[in-house]
Design a protein around this ligand. Structure first.
Ligand SMILES: NC(=O)c1ccc[n+]([C@@H]2O[C@H](COP(=O)([O-])OP(=O)(O)OC[C@H]3O[C@@H](n4cnc5c(N)ncnc54)[C@H](OP(=O)(O)O)[C@@H]3O)[C@@H](O)[C@H]2O)c1
Length: 434
């Protein structure tokens, strides 16, 4: 029996998926015994030039034709409103779903998985995180026997490219962003990437699988790289750190932390060496220890590879009568989210080059039980307006581990000190990132 597959959305990933299904159908059949038949592909525009010519008889403008003529409906439209109604309509009509839509799953996945469960249908979403990297399957299957303690991910290629250019080519943020846009790695509106939302969607999905609990997206702490100053990238490098936009999920005392923010990690760590548009995910389980997954996190072909792996998985279940329960088991009660992170901190204050400054900052930190690990004061003069005749220099303090709430209060007090010029810079440091 052939399993009928239909696709809605023939853009970057959709075109790659059509190409893969047309070119590798025989390889898939040989390897798995599954015979896939691409029945319909819907898009709004068939005039546009694509990497391949989609056979005329497969094309349609009407997504309902796809639902009607498929056993598995592949949603590759993106966005939330139409994609969600399409998926719910397909489920209502008894069709399995494959999607790459991380935003939809992170923000509204609860409703979609609930509906799929009611109907006894599958939702495959391997392509939603890490592009071609099979991280969802690894968490659901290969690492299933483990209690997952930590996930560290470089989950967004655009921001990793920008930070790599800043670190390796001494480019400031705006020039690095411009270059990313020229290379086609960043959208003309790059905010989903650079403000951390894309990484947040992905870590939210990974956390739900790893911890088996519902993680409300609005509970994820998100901070992007828009305000990163090249000076901090350079100072961090001198201290032996590399700056990454890290997505972090950790088990802490019955709760979990789920957060995305610029993070200094040790330059010798494997994650620090993940450069350009590559993605990597480090997962630590109680029995397996640390494992790392690396590869292309986006792009037409790598993402299509993940989409088709989901299609094959679902087709195998349909054909070979697997009695798997739903894709993964999770508690519908939201998990407790810990926002009072316990972390080391890099702080930069711009201060006048005179005695007593360090002592006054250290006093405030001590008031909040934050202990200083090391201090770096550079002679490099900052360009600071409004302090005529005064040499302003960067004072960098690295702390031992401290609680986020204490740190925020300390910073508020430090900002009030007359010696502080401008806004302090605070970057979290993760020493265990691997
Ligand atoms: N690109 C990647 O590397 C990548 C990687 C991982 C995951 N993803 C995810 O994969 C999904 C697709 O991304 P993409 O980059 O392939 O997007 P894309 O290139 O914009 O493709 C989406 C396609 O869907 C079409 N479309 C929009 N509304 C439609 C409708 N009502 N009916 C039929 N077709 C419609 C679009 O047409 P118009 O252009 O005319 O609107 C476009 O051709 C997104 O959820 C994205 O987050 C992408």
């Amino acid at each position: 029996m052939k399993v009928r597959v239909g696709i809605v959305g023939c853009g970057v990933v959709g075109t790659g998926t059509v190409k893969l299904l047309l070119e590798n159908a025989q390889i898939i059949k040989k390897k798995t015994g599954v015979e896939l038949s691409l029945t319909k592909v819907a898009d709004k525009d068939w005039e546009r030039k694509r990497e391949i010519d989609v056979p005329f008889e497969l094309r349609t403008l009407d997504y309902r034709e796809v639902i009607k003529e498929s056993d598995i409906v592949v949603e590759l439209v993106g966005g939330k409103t139409f994609a969600k109604s399409l998926i719910l309509e397909a489920l209502e009509n008894g069709k399995h779903i494959v999607t790459a839509n991380k935003r939809l799953l992170a923000e509204d996945g609860f409703e979609i998985f609930k509906k799929a469960k009611e109907k006894g249908l599958y939702v495959g979403f391997e392509a939603s995180v890490g592009g071609g990297i099979p991280i969802i399957k690894a968490l659901k299957e290969g690492l299933v026997a483990n209690r997952i303690n930590t996930i560290y991910g470089i989950l967004n290629g655009t921001t990793n490219y920008i930070l790599t250019r800043m670190l390796e080519d001494d480019m400031d943020f705006l020039h690095a962003l411009e270059l990313a846009q020229k290379q086609g790695y960043a959208e003309s509106d790059p905010s989903l990437d650079i403000d951390g939302w894309d990484s947040a969607h992905k870590i939210c999905i990974l956390s739900m699988i790893a911890f088996g609990k519902y993680v409300p997206f609005e509970e994820v702490y998100v901070e992007g790289i828009r305000d990163i100053d090249i000076l901090d990238v350079e100072l961090g490098k001198e201290l032996g750190y590399t700056l990454k936009l890290l997505a972090i999920s950790k088990r802490t005392d019955g709760e979990i932390e789920v957060r995305v923010h610029p993070t200094f990690i040790r330059s010798e760590d494997a994650l620090a060496k993940v450069s350009d548009v590559y993605n990597a995910i480090m997962v630590e389980g109680d029995f397996v220890g640390k494992t790392m997954f690396y590869g292309k996190g986006a792009g037409s072909h790598p993402t299509a590879s993940a989409v088709v792996s989901d299609i094959v998985d679902i087709a195998k279940k349909m054909l070979f009568c697997s009695k798997d329960r739903e894709e993964f088991q999770w508690e519908t009660q939201p998990v407790g989210i810990n926002r009072n992170f316990y972390s080391r901190y890099y702080m930069r204050f711009d201060v006048p080059d005179k005695p007593g400054v360090l002592a006054s900052v250290s006093r405030v930190l001590a008031d909040y039980n934050i202990s200083v690990a090391s201090v770096l004061q550079k002679e490099k003069v900052c360009k600071m307006a409004g302090r005529e005749g005064e040499a302003i220099v960067p004072l960098v303090i690295l702390t031992h581990k401290a609680y986020e709430k204490s740190m925020q209060k300390a910073i508020e007090d430090i900002k009030k000190l007359p010696v502080i010029v401008g806004e302090p810079v605070i970057i979290r440091v993760e020493e265990e990132a691997y």
